[in-house]
Ligand binder design. Structure first.
Ligand code: SAH
Length: 248
């Protein structure tokens, strides 16, 4: 637990005993469920503390904590076993959180773990971003849309920006390649009504590689036709020229 506690302190977050108890239960349940279904490749104690919990909490370097606490609406798209959404919700209980996940088994875990941790009013949805982002009550309804390890930037912005209200923002957790990825998504971001605000490099306690937090502001409403049908944003990323196949 030491790495999590110290790492959080370095991020300016003071974890209380009650938080640590919740993270301990989260860890135990994750490992237990992972014996039956593949939820995550990281299951060693330190790996989970740093690469899952601490990495999720690092979003608080840029998210406005006071606004989250005051009830900001946040959606975590492709949350998997709950990252980054649930660690953020543990530390900021006031935020109104939706978790969206396409795989049924992961949704079952999310339902179990939120119940076990007593995290009330977390909305858990089994579905795809390309469908949910067209539904009233979800489209352009969020102050923040978040994602980690979901897709390359040009695809990711088509998944996230439709959920964000005008003057809201999206936050993508990215690896070392973030600057080039953001560059490749410039056209997609423009089409979807976004504008890059900044890239923030993050060093995590006990982790050598640099991570990035990428913030894209929503400036204008996203045209109704986005996101395109399920699978299309990934197959034909917006604003990226298709690879020319030569006839052999
Ligand atoms: N965010 C988590 C999980 C990353 S793996 C983490 O960082 O640990 C990506 C997850 O997104 C998978 O669980 C997959 O089922 C889900 N997913 C992929 N495409 C999706 C889509 N279009 N809509 C919703 N979920 C999606």
């Amino acid at each position: 637990m030491d790495k999590l506690l110290r790492g959080a302190r370095e991020l300016g977050i003071t974890l209380k005993e009650s938080h640590l108890a919740l993270f301990q239960t989260y860890y135990e349940e994750l490992v237990e469920w992972n014996r039956r279904f593949n939820l995550t490749a990281i299951t060693d104690y330190e790996g989970v503390q740093v690469r899952h919990f601490l990495d999720s909490l690092s979003c608080l370097l840029v998210l406005p904590r006071a606004e989250l606490q005051a009830g900001a609406r946040v959606i975590d798209v492709g949350t998997g076993a709950g990252f980054p959404g649930l660690p953020l919700r543990i530390v900021c209980p006031g935020m109104r959180l939706t978790l969206l996940e396409a795989t049924r088994k992961k949704v079952e875990f999310l339902e179990h773990i939120t119940r076990k941790l007593g995290l009330r009013d977390v909305e858990i949805i089994w579905g795809r971003a390309e469908d949910l982002a067209h539904r009233p009550g979800y489209r352009e309804a969020y102050d923040w849309a978040l994602a980690r390890a979901l897709a390359d930037m040009p695809t990711l912005v088509e998944y996230l920006l439709p959920f964000v209200r005008v003057r809201g923002a999206m936050l993508a957790q990215k690896g070392e390649n973030a600057p080039a990825e953001v560059h490749s998504a410039e056209e997609a971001i423009r089409i979807l009504g976004g504008e890059v605000r900044k890239l923030v490099p993050v060093g995590l306690h006990g982790l050598a590689e640099t991570r990035y937090l990428v913030i894209v502001d929503k400036r204008a409403s996203t045209p109704d036709k986005y996101p395109r049908r399920p699978g299309i944003p990934e197959k034909r990323p917006l604003g990226v020229p298709p690879i020319q196949l030569s006839r052999g």
